[in-house]
Design a protein around this ligand. Structure first.
Ligand SMILES: C[S@@+](CC[C@H](N)C(=O)[O-])C[C@H]1O[C@@H](n2cnc3c(N)ncnc32)[C@H](O)[C@@H]1O
Length: 275
């Protein structure tokens, strides 16, 4: 996995900025249970998505493992950001209406533990909203096709695996939507440069010589300077237990568990870069 503490300063400008954040947030809002009052966006990163999630009556919180990323999120969600691992959330059991995680599952090896933790903090009828098949979203273009055979592992965010894991945890598939990955369409030339510089180290298993071979194939694609279309990312909703109309409000015990000490404060000296 990338070092997100280091990535934080350039994250927003390289991941589609506000348009991508807005598109993902709108997709999350589509899948929220009716009347949801609380949502925790796990792996919120810089908060570029989280900060755009809005609905009347909804309070949105963020959590991330990387202090560098969370510091940026705190500028967007002041007082509502936790520094926490997705597998151990400092949140009361059964207290949230919704949990979301955008672009997390494809990065981690412990998807079942993450999903079990999401199921634990959700109230009955609450919903977990997850991106799946993230890398596969790029397979439609020629660049994705070329890199496919070098992928390091089976996708940990495979739809069927995530759905089946959810079913074992009492999370039933409840629907899905999609959002445009604004700014995520790549050029063969820049992808080749990134392969040579080792940027895809954690995603691609490249043995001696593979990086040069792959980069040369990318350079040889037609129109190497031309950006390919933005990918479409898939977002699914899994609902815990029975469907419940309306929602319970953020309980006082949950508020307490969202302890002041765990919260990240906005850094007065740093602000997120916006493209
Ligand atoms: C690709 S970024 C996605 C950020 C954000 N959701 C977005 O769409 O912009 C992945 C994020 O997952 C966070 N992350 C990785 N492993 C995590 C874990 N075990 N628990 C919580 N966050 C984690 C990283 O720190 C990073 O901020």
């Amino acid at each position: 996995m990338l070092n997100y503490d280091r990535e934080a300063a350039h994250y927003d400008e390289t991941r589609g900025g506000e348009p991508r954040g807005e598109a993902a947030a709108a997709a999350i809002a589509e899948l929220l249970p009716a009347g949801a009052a609380t949502l925790l966006d796990v792996a919120c990163g810089t908060g570029i998505v989280t900060g755009h999630i809005s609905r009347p009556g909804l309070t949105v919180f963020g959590a991330d493992l990387s202090a560098g990323m969370a510091r940026y999120a705190a500028t967007r969600l002041e007082g509502r950001v936790l520094l926490a691992n997705c597998t151990a959330l400092p949140i009361a059991t059964g207290s949230l209406d919704a949990v979301s995680a955008i672009w997390l599952l494809h990065l981690i090896d412990h998807v079942p533990a993450m999903m079990a933790e999401a199921a634990r903090v959700l109230r009955p009828g609450g919903t977990v909203i997850l991106t799946v098949e993230k890398d596969a979203s790029h397979n439609a273009e020629d660049i994705g096709e070329l890199t496919l055979s070098y992928r390091r592992k089976e996708a940990s965010d495979d739809f069927a695996a995530v759905r089946d894991c959810g079913a074992r945890l009492g999370l039933a598939y409840a629907g899905e939507t999609a959002f445009i990955g604004h700014g995520q369409g790549r050029t063969p030339r820049k992808t080749a440069d990134a392969v040579r510089s080792g940027y895809f180290r954690s995603a691609l298993a490249l043995r001696d010589g593979d990086a040069d071979t792959l980069a040369a194939s990318l350079d040889a694609l037609p129109a190497p300077q031309e950006r390919r279309p933005d990918p479409i990312y898939r977002l699914i909703a899994l609902r815990r237990g029975q469907r419940i109309e309306g929602s319970r409000s953020w309980s006082s015990s949950a508020r307490e568990r969202f302890s002041a000490s765990a919260r990240i404060r906005a850094s007065p000296t740093r602000s997120p870069r916006r493209p």
